[in-house]
Design a protein around this ligand. Structure first.
Ligand SMILES: NC(=O)c1ccc[n+]([C@@H]2O[C@H](COP(=O)([O-])OP(=O)(O)OC[C@H]3O[C@@H](n4cnc5c(N)ncnc54)[C@H](O)[C@@H]3O)[C@@H](O)[C@H]2O)c1
Length: 335
């Protein structure tokens, strides 16, 4: 059930469960090479040890967990460690962690010596279903999220859903929102799977595989987000503003869930809400709509008085629409 993401530099996505100690059986090309494992302090050390045990020359770089580390200081420290330890163009970077590790480590890989090989092992559901493919790498800079980065595809991705067993349930559910988002806008059957399947019975390998198949078809057609790829932003435009306003109280997926509910109407809204309720994903958050509106006006007002939103007119379909800014006020008032 592996995938091959096509493009200028195609890369494979392997689905393998079990111990990371046999990592180099999947990637024999890495075995004798110098490899830096980039990870964070929240990733269980047993995974890091297993992965390191399968490499001949591992070097481990661990930074403090959390978005606050996705910055230029951590980036510089990793560059320093690479240069200081003689990493060259035929070395590898292996990222083991969530989207923060993947975004930051991928950005390092894209720039060190004008690009070295990078294998990504996402270990949160969000990073497995979403950020693991598509080649977006970035760090935050001067308060702006993901403002410095590059499109840089990995050499390969290893999906191991067993890694999710240690992940906090709240994080798992926040990742699930991204999968439900893709189902709602692209795949009616996949959405019905969520409608029918209780949380305890979810098959995460299936969830990740279906999500990545959809994301793959989109990023292959639009690798650098000129149009089609924007469709992945259902719930995100408002979600980002809520996440920012929440100052850390809402996980990204939770904010996106609220954004999806706000921009959907009628039967679609009802069905999405029922899925969120059945998985106990929060469906309301107290926020001041005036503050969110003003914030979005500052950030998003590009086309005169309009804002571009991804809508879901029917389950399994999306529409990208420029709506008047004043409509956004009504949408935020739906809370
Ligand atoms: N590049 C892309 O296309 C893309 C897409 C979506 C999001 N992102 C980025 O992803 C980031 C969010 O990623 P995230 O939600 O994975 O958060 P995260 O990377 O902060 O991980 C969440 C927490 O889980 C811990 N963790 C990771 N794996 C674990 C495991 N297996 N068991 C126990 N704990 C584990 C981490 O240490 C961290 O504390 C944001 O920076 C966002 O900008 C990137």
């Amino acid at each position: 059930m592996d995938l091959l993401v096509k493009g200028k530099k195609p890369y494979k996505v392997l689905f393998r469960k079990g111990s990371l100690a046999i990592f180099s059986d999947y990637f024999p090309e890495v075995k004798g090479k110098k490899a830096m494992i980039i990870t964070d302090s929240g990733v269980p050390t047993s995974y890091i040890d297993e992965l390191a045990s399968s490499l001949v020359h591992p070097y481990i770089f661990t930074f403090e967990q959390g978005e606050k580390s996705k910055n230029i200081e951590t980036y510089q420290k990793i560059l320093h460690a690479l240069a200081d330890n003689g990493f060259t163009r035929d070395s590898y970077i292996i990222t083991l962690g969530g989207g923060v590790v993947g975004d930051l480590g991928g950005f390092v890989a894209s720039t060190y010596m004008r690009g070295i090989s990078w294998i990504n092992i996402p270990s949160t559901l969000l990073s497995e279903v979403d950020s693991s493919i598509g080649g977006k790498t970035a760090i935050d800079y001067e308060g702006y999220k993901n403002i410095v980065g590059a499109f840089y595809n990995p050499h390969a991705v290893l999906i191991n859903v067993d890694l999710l067993k240690t992940l906090d349930v709240r994080q798992v559910k926040a990742g699930l929102v991204e999968a439900i988002k893709m189902a709602a806008t692209f795949n009616k059957d996949f959405f019905e799977y969520f409608e029918k399947t209780p949380y305890e019975e979810l098959d995460f390998q299936y969830v990740v595989y279906e999500s990545l198949k959809m994301k793959q078809s989109i990023v292959e057609k639009d690798p650098e987000e000129t149009h089609l790829r924007k469709s992945l932003n259902f719930g995100h435009t408002i979600g980002h503003a809520l996440e920012k306003e929440g100052k850390g109280s809402l996980l990204h997926g939770e904010a996106v869930a609220l954004g999806m509910l706000l921009v959907s109407e009628g039967e679609v809204h009802k069905r999405i809400k029922e899925v969120f309720l059945s998985y106990q994903i929060p469906i309301e958050a107290g926020f001041d709509e005036e503050i969110i509106f003003e914030d979005m006006k500052r950030d998003k007002k590009k086309n005169g008085e309009e804002i571009s939103l991804v809508l879901c007119p029917r389950i399994g379909e999306f529409e990208i629409k420029d709506v008047p800014f004043i409509t956004l006020k009504e949408i935020l008032g739906r809370k």
